[in-house]
Design a protein around this ligand. Structure first.
Ligand SMILES: NC(=O)c1ccc[n+]([C@@H]2O[C@H](COP(=O)([O-])OP(=O)(O)OC[C@H]3O[C@@H](n4cnc5c(N)ncnc54)[C@H](O)[C@@H]3O)[C@@H](O)[C@H]2O)c1
Length: 437
């Protein structure tokens, strides 16, 4: 096993940079400030509420994760964002309509101070949106340089020592990788010649990594999920993670599917549909953006059920995912699942789920945890893809040739064992035979 890393101590403030100041980003910022003011609890956040068992079950050692590994305290977070609209975080949060007027009023002064920097944007990549707060430049490389200048200025103005970035921008249209994504050399040439293959989110990722800023991608578009930027991340010693926050329906899938597989219940089909009325829903109403989401959502079952190992149970199920833009619901999505399973001697059964969820309420703690864990990884000198953060993603990034782990419980074990390893503690295998010797 690799020797545990040395974790640099926390010094000064941590800047959290968010490309995209919409529903998720503002719910995260407002909630964090409410928690700091003692007005709310960080429900859903492993870094704030989770514990970790250490040693034997009889040792009774289960500290809070935050007391076990050195995590940036909430008080040390400073927020920055980019968006194509000029709205400050208070206005953007009010328009998103996730948090109540009363909650927003309690942190209005704080939110009004967060004004988005001008964005790198291309309507070719998000067909349903356009906005006035965008950068102009002669090439995509110059756009990246402007973003790097933004990051440097933010650090000076806010007195921030280190930063992390989480993509909370709209889902971009689906694109296959091309030769431009294959090597760093080709990618940088593409930036200089403004190749159409390079999405705005990839320009942010490039600028962040070049600035030594760990980067996580909360949307399903590529952004940092291709060899060129992974090469850059390794070269610069920067942690990266992605992609697509695991909330709502996919969270439920990765909770339930491992259970069916554990009991060897077969699957004939899994039909999932949603109604969603926020701006994310509007962007996903464009078939090309939806394609990015669909690819990310569809992969989950295939990897959990491993049909090549269990052809009789999972060899030919049908998996359908739909998202319907329905404005009256706003951020309060409703997701229905119809699951056709079969048991002993092939007898069919059905399970129906109706999940009335709140998308951004589920996503906000993920943004917080990613910011704090990415900073930990960076201080521990862990660069490149952080597979231990798969827990947070619908479509986890992995090293070439490795299939992603989608099972939420394997992902959690991986995450906690990584923390144990970082601190030189025994990993927990749940073998437990020695209790009976
Ligand atoms: N809420 C969830 O549960 C969830 C789950 C998984 C993934 N996501 C993804 O997270 C992202 C954010 O979701 P949301 O609900 O906050 O969406 P949103 O539409 O409310 O916010 C996205 C913001 O990004 C801005 N934007 C778009 N392109 C940009 C660019 N190039 N640079 C800077 N800003 C840009 C938009 O103007 C908008 O304000 C989406 O991609 C969504 O698919 C959300």
């Amino acid at each position: 096993m690799k020797t545990p890393p040395t974790i640099a101590p926390i010094q000064g403030k941590l800047g959290v940079l968010l490309p995209g100041l919409g529903a998720v980003a503002t719910t995260f910022i407002a909630g964090t400030e409410m928690i700091r003011r003692g007005l709310a609890q960080p429900v859903g956040s492993l870094t704030q509420m989770g514990t970790i068992r250490l040693g034997r079950r009889t040792d009774n050692r289960s500290p809070r994760i935050g007391d076990f590994v050195p995590l940036a305290p909430l008080e040390s977070l400073e927020f920055g964002a980019w968006d194509i609209f000029h709205d400050d975080a208070y206005t953007a949060a009010s328009k998103a309509g996730v948090l109540s007027k009363e909650h927003l009023a309690s942190v209005k002064d704080f939110l009004q101070e967060i004004r988005p920097m001008s964005a790198v944007f291309d309507t070719g990549y998000v067909k349903k949106l356009d906005g006035p707060n965008t950068k102009k430049a002669a090439s995509k490389m110059e756009l990246a340089e402007q973003l790097m200048a933004d990051i440097a200025r933010f650090k000076v103005e806010r007195g921030v020592d280190r930063c992390v970035a989480i993509w909370c921008g709209s889902t971009e249209t689906w694109r296959a990788t091309t030769d431009t994504h294959a090597t760093l050399e080709a990618f940088e040439e593409g930036l200089r010649t403004s190749s159409d293959d390079i999405a705005p989110s990839a320009i942010y990722a490039y600028a962040c990594i070049r600035s030594g800023v760990p980067y996580a991608n909360g949307a399903p578009n590529l952004s940092v999920d291709f060899p060129a930027l992974q090469e850059l991340a390794r070269r610069e010693g920067v942690a990266i993670a992605g992609k697509d926050f695991k909330t709502g329906q996919t969270l439920m899938k990765t909770i339930l599917a491992p259970g069916f597989k554990a009991r060897l219940l077969g699957l004939d089909g899994w039909y999932s549909t949603n109604i969603l009325g926020n701006r994310d829903g509007e962007v996903l109403d464009d078939p090309e953006s939806f394609k990015s989401k669909e690819v990310s959502k569809l992969g989950v079952l295939e990897h959990i059920f491993q049909p090549h190992l269990y052809p009789e149970l999972y060899g030919k199920y049908s998996h359908v995912v739909r998202i319907n833009y329905y404005p009256p619901r706003g951020d309060n999505k409703e997701g229905w699942d119809n699951i056709d399973i079969f048991g002993w001697c092939g007898y069919p059964m059905q399970i129906k789920i109706d999940f009335l969820c709140r998308d951004s309420i589920l996503a906000a703690p993920i943004v917080l945890d990613l910011a704090i864990f990415l900073d930990l990884a960076q201080r521990a000198g862990m660069s490149g893809i952080q597979e231990w953060l798969s827990f947070y993603f619908k479509s986890p990034m992995t090293a070439p040739g490795l299939y992603p782990e989608h099972d939420l419980f394997i992902q959690l074990m991986k995450l906690k064992n990584t923390l144990r390893w970082m601190k030189g503690e025994d990993l927990i295998t749940h073998l437990g035979l020695d209790y009976y010797d």
